[in-house]
Design a protein around this ligand. Sequence first.
Ligand SMILES: Nc1nc2c(ncn2[C@@H]2O[C@H](COP(=O)(O)OP(=O)(O)OP(=O)(O)O)[C@@H](O)[C@H]2O)c(=O)[nH]1
Ligand SMILES: [Mg+2]
Length: 343
Amino acid sequence: MEMGILGLPQSGKSTLFEIMTGVKSSQSHNETVVRGQASVPDDRFDKLVEIYKPVKVAPAKVPFSDVHAVGEHPWEAIRQNLSGADGILHVIDGFSLPDISLALDAYRKLEDELVLSDLLIIEKKLERLTKMSKKAISPQETAQNDLLPKLKDCLEAGKPLRTAGLTTAEVFTLRSFSFWTIKPELIVVNVAEDNLSFAEAFAVEANLPEPVMGICCKIEAELAGLDAADQKEFLLSMGIAEPAFGRIIRGAFSLLGRMSFFTVGEDEVKAWVIPLETKAPKAAGAIHNDFERGFIKAEIMSYDDFIAHGGSQTQVKSAGRLRLEGKEYIVQDGDIITFRFNV
Ligand SMILES: Nc1nc2c(ncn2[C@@H]2O[C@H](COP(=O)(O)OP(=O)(O)OP(=O)(O)O)[C@@H](O)[C@H]2O)c(=O)[nH]1
Ligand SMILES: [Mg+2]
């Protein structure tokens, strides 16, 4: 799972990457791609840490990658380094020329490149398929062949494939193509200090199906340099409840279809990251393969039950709210779990 940061030169990609991950991307400009992990802000996690006061804490993380697209073929560098990403964070410069139609042009410029790349992939494939004898075409390719003309129409209309209304099964059939525009995308408008409402105005005017979030990287980079107490004061003085970078990380996390369950104790409180709709044994496997192989039961309390019963597992149990779930149980966001296994 990884979120690739995309955007025109000097739009603020590396600044945002640094704010979110704490990794100084700007100091490693000789590397083409820099990777870093961002902690997902979660009030529930903070509350569990407050209750257990553990030795170790491990919040949920989202990996981001930032590409330094320099040299003669910047687009090639981007293509090579972000092709494995599961989602795209598209940064738009909203600070140097805060004009909605210019910002939209900047957005379209890269988006059109992506659309074109996907179109080329499809054209090549269709060409190859027409040259092949019917017998040599695999069932997988037949399924693809049925879909490709519809996708071609979508791209030729300048629209990304994620808007083509594909089913999960169809997306799965197409996975070997690694289409750019099939990936989920989050648009982030980097706004000027004195024009914080620009992102909202952009979202309304652009009217895109992708989610749009605003941030002033300049302010938040200053914020990131302060300690926790000073951060609170700074936010209060600006009338902001939560820094925008936190919302962006959470946005990326849910865009990638991820959720977290917790394991708790005095030694460690940890948020484990799993895809939505994960069954209990697979979730156990996120901790250790042995947990999945030898899965017996999952002992579960919901976060809300835990808090409603004074943050005491004993009270949750005596209230009959501690559940024993089996192999078919689908783990819910915020479940607090102890796995029982046997290897
Ligand atoms: N005024 C202002 N300047 C910003 C803001 N965000 C970034 N900058 C400046 O814009 C320049 C580019 O920022 P980067 O974060 O390096 O942008 P980038 O997209 O990573 O640039 P490349 O990797 O070269 O494509 C830097 O000089 C930043 O200080 C902002 O919100 N306001
Ligand atoms: Mg950069």
